[in-house]
Design a protein around this ligand. Structure first.
Ligand code: DX5
Ligand code: ZN
Length: 233
């Protein structure tokens, strides 16, 4: 394993299924439970059949924690909004490769120009090959293991098996950059998630519905990290 890759997986808490009326407290609760990142699911009711929140909400909760903010933009016009999400204090911004092609490169370039990490996400049915034209601008590949739009869905193990290792190898065999896996991750699926060698695991409902969030963070991290270490050798 390359020295640039930490031995354990990182856990990003998706606040989608948190108590949104107390969002700043819910972010602090994840911080106290030991997560590594906050994952912010932005939906526009157009790219996905659901609406969540935008850059103003992110800006309003930015001071709740010192943890990095990973924005996951499930919106049709990421180039139009990239500047606003950068201004709101996002450390990384990941958009979807399935949006109109003229939206993709300008958004990634703007994110990179601001010195933040730029990412592209692929829905379950989208092949990794769709990312090829943007290779020079990618710091993150986010592999969706549910259809984007809602938390609490079942993990698609076949998608994880087909894409995670391939994404890791394609992004950088030496371990630079990050592969994120998003959707359905929990203790019961963490082995399959870790086996693919993902660097960051997004966990939403399993954390916010857990009786003991810290215990759940530790369970997912331990199971996934062991599976990842075994798979990577
Ligand atoms: C789905 C989102 C995910 C998801 C994670 O569109 O991108 O971040 O909400 O939640 P769980 O862990 O419940 O699948
Ligand atoms: Zn997400």
């Amino acid at each position: 394993m390359s020295a640039s890759r930490p031995a354990g997986v990182l856990i990003a808490a998706s606040i989608l299924d948190s108590d949104l009326g107390r969002l700043a407290d819910e972010i602090r609760r994840a911080d106290d439970a030991g997560v590594d990142r906050i994952h912010l699911d932005v939906m526009d009711g157009h790219f996905v059949p659901n609406l969540t929140f935008g850059w103003r909400t992110i800006e309003a909760v930015r001071s709740a924690t010192a943890l990095p903010f990973d924005a996951h933009l499930m919106i049709s016009e990421p180039a139009r909004w990239a500047e606003a999400f950068l201004g709101a204090g996002c450390d990384s911004i990941t958009l979807h490769v399935e949006v109109d092609p003229p939206q993709v490169r300008p958004a990634l370039e703007r994110i990179r120009a601001a010195g933040r990490a730029a990412g592209l996400s692929v829905k379950p049915a989208t092949p990794l090959g769709a990312l090829a034209p943007y290779r020079d601008l990618l710091d993150i590949i986010l592999v969706m293991t549910v259809e984007p739009g809602f938390g609490g869905q079942a993990f698609m193990a076949d998608v994880a098996d087909a894409k995670l290792r391939a994404a890791r190898a394609w992004l950088a065999p030496d371990g630079a950059g990050e592969v994120h896996v998003d959707g359905g991750a929990r203790a019961e699926t963490a082995e399959g998630v870790g086996r693919g060698g993902a660097d960051v695991i997004v966990v939403g409902s399993a954390l916010y519905r857990a009786d003991d969030m810290r215990a759940e963070v530790e369970r997912v991290r331990a199971i996934a990290s062991a599976a990842r270490a075994a798979a990577l050798g």
